[in-house]
Design a protein around this ligand. Structure first.
Ligand SMILES: Nc1nc2c(c(=O)[nH]1)N[C@@H](CN(C=O)c1ccc(C(=O)N[C@@H](CCC(=O)O)C(=O)O)cc1)CN2
Ligand SMILES: [Mg+2]
Length: 291
């Protein structure tokens, strides 16, 4: 029997409805709408699409939103000046700078320039440190989306063996932290799992992956995770968003659906959840800043 689908599109719609309800309640209490500023430098088509999707998602839940589109030739000083302006704007509760940035810009310097209280991507070192210490201000969007997609579909993680293939700052590293930590009132999404982080240099990657109850493919390599790497009945999460000849393609080979118990699809799995958790963080930022 083919695997069941972990439907991120459907869950995202449900959670966006919950966020819209909270925005309406804040408006009824006389509070201003949560505001998100998105900054896009250059004309990368995928990045343009993601920013467009984020902008529309904000409008759909009643946020105030502005997309700042800058040319690919923008200097670091110009970008830092815009970030400083957004940091100082009381109508802006969340700021995201779409990655990747053009070569002439030091991405780390830009991430550090975003006010930590408005860093709704959770990329600033202060927020990464708070997450690592188990006292998160925000959760990073893709890792939080993965955990919500699992837990809201009834997949329990406590005590489970989870293998994360990928060690990026955006997905693999923070996801491993969240999965391994003990849940507390201050850290409710932590999962009490037993976590292995694997990557391209891991020896016998297939054997490591077959040890997983839950397997997360986040290596950014189209269809690298094949059926022989999956234990029958395992839960497989596909974080890949590779555009191959104009078609969205995940890190998981289609043959995995014949072996696994559950699989998140691409498109329609983790991607819509990433944007939903960005909305969640922007609402949280508004609550933290405005009350
Ligand atoms: N500042 C940031 N930059 C980047 C992030 C991020 O979280 N913050 N993550 C990725 C890109 N990303 C969000 O920005 C992202 C990628 C893919 C999707 C998505 O919904 N994908 C769809 C397929 C594409 C489509 O239909 O448009 C899906 O999986 O269903 C959302 C967000 C790198 N940069
Ligand atoms: Mg997806």
């Amino acid at each position: 029997m083919p695997a069941q689908k972990l439907d991120g599109k459907a869950l995202a719609a449900t959670m966006r409805g919950e966020i819209a309800t909270q925005v309406q309640a804040r408006a009824a209490a006389g509070k201003r709408a949560p505001g998100l500023a998105a900054v896009l430098v250059g004309e990368d088509p995928a990045s343009q699409q993601y920013v467009k999707n984020k902008h529309k998602a904000c409008q759909d839940v009643g946020f105030a939103t502005a997309a700042h589109r800058l040319p690919a030739t923008t200097s670091q000083a110009e970008l830092l000046a815009l970030v400083a302006q957004l940091n100082a704007d009381p109508a802006v509760h969340g700021i995201l700078v779409q990655l990747p940035l053009p070569k002439q810009i030091d991405g780390e310097a830009v991430i550090r320039a975003v006010a930590p209280a408005k860093d709704v991507d959770c990329f600033h070192p202060e927020n990464v440190g708070l997450l690592a210490a188990g006292h998160p201000r925000f959760y990073p969007c893709t890792p939080h989306g993965v955990i919500q997609l699992l837990t809201r579909n009834g997949v329990s993680l406590a005590g489970k063996s989870v293998v994360v293939v990928g060690r990026s700052n955006i997905v693999g590293k923070p996801l491993a932290l969240m999965l391994m930590q003990k849940p507390t009132a201050a850290n409710p999404a932590a999962a009490d799992a037993t976590v292995t982080v694997a990557h391209t240099r891991t020896s016998d990657l297939a054997a490591v992956c077959r040890g997983a109850d839950v397997l997360v493919a986040a290596a950014g390599v189209p269809e690298f995770l094949t059926a022989d790497m999956v234990r029958p009945g395992a839960v497989v999460i596909d974080v890949g968003t590779n555009n191959v000849n104009g078609r969205w393609c995940g890190d998981v080979h289609p043959g995995v659906w014949d072996v696994a118990g559950w699989v998140s699809p691409v498109p329609g799995g983790v991607g819509p959840m990433t944007i939903t958790m960005l909305l969640h963080n922007t609402l949280a930022a508004a609550q933290q800043i405005d009350g």
